[in-house]
Write a protein that binds this ligand. Structure first.
Ligand code: G3P
Ligand code: CA
Length: 229
């Protein structure tokens, strides 16, 4: 069962920052999860929302600013919005990286970057998992390079997610944890998919997910995930 740090270790450090990813690595996660948007000059930026308002001291839409402008905004604790490249370099294969595409436009750029790290830095496809609620974006990933592992995100309909996961031959289905029970987890797994629910923070919920034998848990507090032998 994999321990996946949501937006790094969001329970301890500002989400989607290098501090948060470093904290997750220190907590010995198997993977970090992060969110990407494009800047106006085409850089992949690691930030959850469409705007910088909630997480930085700036105001406005991410895709209206250049990378340099975005990195001028401050995040608490002396942090700034990282680029995806900066996160790859920090992680340096200490764990795998679950990249959540927040827009369709990020898909082709993410493929390019993954291919660059594989061809130039000897990374492997298993160092990556690309997920999205935007299934067109996942279809695009599969169309450009079907070797890239993908995960279908859903917060509503597991059967639809299963049908789509079969079409793109995804590696995993990542549902809202509240959708899951013993029966549907088993069904997804029998169809060949890993199940990585999010965002599981309370000890009782973590225990319940463990009792369902999910393949991994995405949590703001990855150190709360420990497993029976
Ligand atoms: O990838 C799982 C989870 O992060 C999806 O929801 O809103 O936290 O990006 P959100
Ligand atoms: Ca996310």
């Amino acid at each position: 069962m994999l321990k996946i740090g949501h937006r790094g270790a969001r329970g301890y450090e500002p989400e989607n920052t290098l501090s948060s990813f470093q904290k997750a690595i220190d907590l010995q996660v198997d993977a970090i999860e992060l969110d990407v948007h494009l800047s106006s000059d085409g850089e992949l930026m690691v930030i959850h929302d469409e705007t910088v308002d909630r997480t930085t001291n700036g105001k406005g839409e991410v895709n209206k600013f250049t990378k340099a402008e975005l990195q001028h905004f401050s995040i608490e604790g002396n942090n700034k919005i990282p680029t995806l490249v900066e996160v790859f370099d920090l992680v340096d294969r200490h764990c795998f990286i679950n990249i959540e595409l927040k827009t369709f436009e990020t898909a082709a750029k993410v493929v390019q970057l993954i291919e660059k790290y594989i061809s130039e830095k000897n990374w492997e496809y298993s160092d990556f998992l690309v997920s999205s609620f935007n299934w067109d974006a996942l279809e695009e990933i599969d169309f450009i390079n079907p070797k890239i592992p993908t995960a279908v995100l859903t917060e509503t309909d597991l059967d639809k997610a299963l049908a789509f996961a079969k079409i793109i031959q995804a590696k995993a289905i990542n549902p809202d944890f509240q959708l899951l029970n013993l029966e549907n987890v088993k069904k997804l797994q029998e169809n060949g998919f890993d199940v990585y629910p999010w965002t599981v923070n309370e000890a009782s919920d973590i225990k319940r997910m463990q009792s369902l034998n999910v393949n991994g848990i995405i949590s703001d507090f990855p150190d709360r995930i420990y497993f029976k032998p």
